[in-house]
Ligand binder design. Structure first.
Ligand code: F6P
Length: 376
């Protein structure tokens, strides 16, 4: 295949590690040593704001090109891996949604921009568009990112580790004030329908109660668990609740009824709701904090920088090997790849049986003993 130009874009919610992936896609694609070996030089074009850039750009208009695209080279991306978010920008635009209906425009723009291949960095939504484009004959590969860690075909998604570290740091900060005032703090974290951020963030931060979307909870039982701790002499407590967690018999709590072009409503508010009820039930002064987009911000952790690098390099390998329609992945500690079809087939959520103790509302305290024996 003559490979002259690769496009790269980041879609969906931003997170740490995206810039590292863009940097390493670029560096690997244009690497002069590799170019000499391959006998061809490759250009990299950054597309701005995810699929929106590909939908909006008019390739024959210089102003539009300047607005929606940016040529990437060694000097441009040199320092990007240290920065959070995505320098290319992101959006939740779905070119195939009936309200946008710009799938055909994407195909034309890929042709008119002269892109021989495209790297889409994103979660389930962005990768589902990549998969559609692949089915329409485009040479697309994917890189997994999402702080929700809800893609089942990879053991790592960019942004997750940094988000976990944010949760731990923020809970550590809350502990001092919670302790000073003998208060209970309910900390709401992201994750959508997957409880990984709550479960692993909560465990790492030492939360006494962790509530996840995969197991509906009873507020009275949470209150009892906290009451027991107070009787044991603990003056303050931290409850971590996932934004997608539900009170038994009730629905998820949303910030509004608006949906994005992938059909998602914005979750949020369960923390506040729960804090009010716990204050009434326990009589302990209670505050709530929603960590919200703070979890997606800040500088990437070492792991996110490294994984961005490994995934970026592997994505270019896939292109060079002409293995299109695939997503790079981490499996059993090794970088590998899976089909985009498989990548978006099933969401990865917490298996309660394996990881969660519904009697404690916390992580399971046994790894080697069978659950039936461990829980008695
Ligand atoms: O999917 C990533 C995520 O951060 C979810 O955890 C959260 O529910 C959602 O994005 C928030 O989206 P937005 O940035 O559009 O508010």
């Amino acid at each position: 295949m003559t490979l002259k130009k690769i496009g790269v874009l980041t879609g969906g919610g931003d997170c740490a590690g995206l810039n590292s992936a863009i940097k390493w896609v670029t560096k690997t694609a244009i690497d002069p040593n590799l170019a000499a070996h391959r006998g061809q030089a490759v250009e990299v074009l950054g597309l701005r704001e995810g699929w929106k850039g590909l939908v909006e750009v008019c390739p024959d208009e210089p102003e539009s090109m300047a607005k929606w695209t940016t040529p990437l080279d060694e000097l441009v991306v040199r320092t990007w891996d240290r920065q959070g978010g995505t320098v290319l920008g992101s959006s939740r635009t779905n070119p195939f949604s009936p309200s946008i209906n710009k799938g055909q425009k994407c195909l034309e723009n890929i042709r008119d921009l002269g892109l021989d291949a495209l790297v889409a960095i994103g979660g389930e939504d962005t990768l589902s568009v990549a998969h559609k484009l692949y089915n329409l004959g485009q040479k697309v590969v994917g890189i997994p990112k999402t702080i929700d860690r809800d893609l089942s075909a990879t053991d790592y998604t960019l942004g997750y580790d940094t988000a976990l570290n944010v949760i731990v740091e923020e809970v550590d900060r809350l502990r001092t004030t919670a302790g000073s005032h003998n208060r209970l703090f309910v900390v709401e974290v992201m994750g959508r329908h997957a409880g990984w951020l709550a479960l692993e963030g909560g465990q790492a931060a030492g939360a006494h109660v962790i509530l996840i979307p995969e197991h509906d909870f009873e507020v009275e039982k949470v209150a009892q668990l906290l009451e027991k701790r107070r009787l044991a002499g603990v003056r303050y407590d931290i409850v971590v609740v996932s934004e997608g967690a539900k009170i038994k018999g009730q629905e998820e709590v949303y910030l509004s009824d608006k949906t994005d072009s992938f059909g998602h409503k914005v979750l949020g508010g369960i923390g506040e709701n729960l804090a009010k009820q716990l204050e009434q039930l326990t009589g302990q002064e209670t505050r709530h904090v929603c960590l919200s987009h703070i979890q997606r911000g800040g500088q990437p952790s070492a792991r996110d920088r490294l994984m961005g690098r490994y995934f970026g390099i592997a994505a270019v390998d896939l292109i060079l090997e002409e293995e299109f329609g695939r997503m790079v992945a981490l499996k059993d500690g090794r970088i590998t790849s899976v089909s985009l079809k498989k990548a978006i087939e099933r969401l990865f959520v917490v298996e309660v049986d394996k990881f969660y103790d519904p009697t404690r509302y916390n992580g399971l305290r046994s790894s080697l003993i069978p659950r039936s024996r461990a829980l008695g």
